[in-house]
Design a protein around this ligand. Structure first.
Ligand code: NAD
Length: 444
């Protein structure tokens, strides 16, 4: 039976390892951060991801899932090793491969028998070959010239907030490999997905690596396109939701990723669009559409501040209730959240903010807003109603379900003003205006 290990126990690594153990595999999730590993061993889950804690507990109990901070033990006890470490953007937008290459070096330093080494991390085209050369060189230096291994690319498409469901029921599984042996190993560990007729794409390393960037850049472009149409609707007096619905009913377009908002964020789309532009440059190809998407998305985030200023007037000294900080609902992830430039921009304009997020306040406090918190600038509140107290305006920045069914009369009663900036379009404008709110949405 295959024995699997995952190097890097973050959002992707932890979900991948847990779900593969749920598929019946024996899995070790390894991470350099020993404190994270010890917390997981105690049953504490370091990220907010619906359904994950229950699966971890179940598979720990069944003895299929283990956690380790020991790379030597992890490598020696597995024949299939996933690399799921972070690939953050470098200064110039290029993909920082340091974690990936360092994981590959650790594997090479400890392997003594055949391994399939599988990249789950999102990596630029050519990285699989680079890892192969690096490991081959390290093994040769160790005198293990005959030791065989395979490199596989298996990019991940899960979305934070629905990661477990996405992993268990993917639209497709992409496997880039160099030979039948490693392709068969991958087929074997995903056999549960075969049974539910999940489409599998078997291809080369290079094609698999590029599929991930092409997908994310396309999704970012689709979001950005509807945001631009929303801005046009604001100017022209049209309703972007009706337009999006009509567009989405066209089978060539599909209804997904046509919801306007404050711009895309998160740990993937911003860095992967920048990454694709850089990959293009390295290959001598100007990725014009992706460059335009990045520029339009930066504009969209800044435009949200203009929108608030336009509705509220001079924002100096105004108090604003911010509902939602995470880059999307059902996650605690603050990486590249649109809330970051919007919150910092409003503070820079002299606003006092009262913020509440159901899951991301700890990450917000310790991360992007570490230097701006305080009663005169940014106050963290107990809930959405606490955040509304004495405010001139409410701004919805994340589409959490609990914000979709607010007790609106109560909210209005707590506020000093009446402005409601629904930057996720989760309310019907008339449902707010009938109560006396001054509504501003995106494109309606
Ligand atoms: P993350 O930052 O949440 O987790 C990465 C983990 O790797 C951290 O816990 C870190 O301590 C660990 N790590 C770093 N170097 C290590 C090493 N040498 N050995 C062992 N552990 C090491 O990152 P993430 O969000 O899970 O993303 C991982 C990869 O998956 C990225 O390439 C990302 O682009 C891709 N991806 C992410 C998502 C997502 O929604 N987060 C979706 C699809 C793909």
């Amino acid at each position: 039976m295959n024995s699997i290990s995952i190097i890097g126990t973050g959002y992707v690594g932890l979900v991948t390892g847990t779900c593969l153990s749920e598929f019946g595999m024996r899995v070790i999730c390894m991470d350099l951060e020993a404190s994270k590993i010890h917390a997981l061993e105690r049953g504490e889950v370091p990220i907010y991801e619906p359904g994950l804690a229950r699966l971890i507990a179940k598979n720990l109990e069944a003895g299929r899932l283990r956690f380790s901070a020991d790379i030597a033990e992890t490598v020696s006890e597995s024949n299939m090793i996933f690399i799921a470490v972070g690939t953050p953007p470098g200064e110039d937008g290029s993909v920082d491969l340091n974690h990936v290459l360092s994981a590959a070096k650790s594997i090479a330093a400890h392997m003594n028998d055949y391994k399939a080494i599988i990249t789950k991390s999102t990596v630029p085209v050519g990285t699989g070959r680079r890892i192969k050369q690096l490991i081959r060189g390290a093994l040769d230096n160790r005198g293990l010239t005959g030791l065989d291994f395979d490199i596989v690319s298996n990019p991940e498409f899960l979305r934070e907030g629905s990661a477990v469901r996405d992993f268990m029921h993917p639209d497709r599984v992409v496997i880039g490999s160099e030979n039948e042996r490693s392709a068969n190993l991958m087929r074997d560990i995903y056999s549960v997905l075969y049974l539910i007729d999940t489409p599998f794409i078997f291809t080369t390393l290079e094609t698999a690596e590029l599929i991930k960037y092409a997908t994310n850049a396309y999704l970012a472009t689709k979001i950005t396109f509807i945001n631009e149409i929303a801005n046009l609707c604001d100017a022209a007096g049209a309703d972007v939701h009706v337009i999006a619905k009509a567009m989405g009913l066209d089978g060539r377009i599909s209804k997904y990723f046509l919801h306007p908002g404050p711009g895309y964020g998160g740990s993937c789309l911003p860095k992967d669009t920048l990454g694709l532009v850089k990959i293009g440059q390295d290959c001598g190809v100007d990725m014009r559409i992706t460059r335009a998407t990045i520029e339009a998305n930066e504009f969209q985030k800044a435009h949200m501040i203009d929108k608030i200023e336009g509705g509220l007037g001079d924002p100096r000294g105004k108090t604003i209730g911010i509902l939602g900080l995470a880059f999307k609902a059902e996650t605690d992830d603050m990486r590249a959240a649109p809330s970051i430039p919007i919150v910092l921009g409003l503070i820079a304009k002299g606003c006092r903010l009262r913020a509440y997020d159901p899951a991301a306040m700890k990450n917000a406090k310790e991360g992007p807003f570490a230097t701006v918190s305080g009663p005169g600038t940014l106050t963290y509140c107990a809930d959405e109603y606490d955040a509304a107290k004495g405010t001139d305006a409410i701004v919805i920045l994340t589409e959490w379900n609990q914000f979709r069914h607010l007790d609106l009369p109560r909210l209005l009663g707590l506020m000093a003003g009446r402005h409601f900036f629904d930057l996720r379009n989760i309310y019907e404008p008339k449902d707010l205006t009938v109560l006396g709110f001054v509504h501003t949405g995106v494109g309606r």
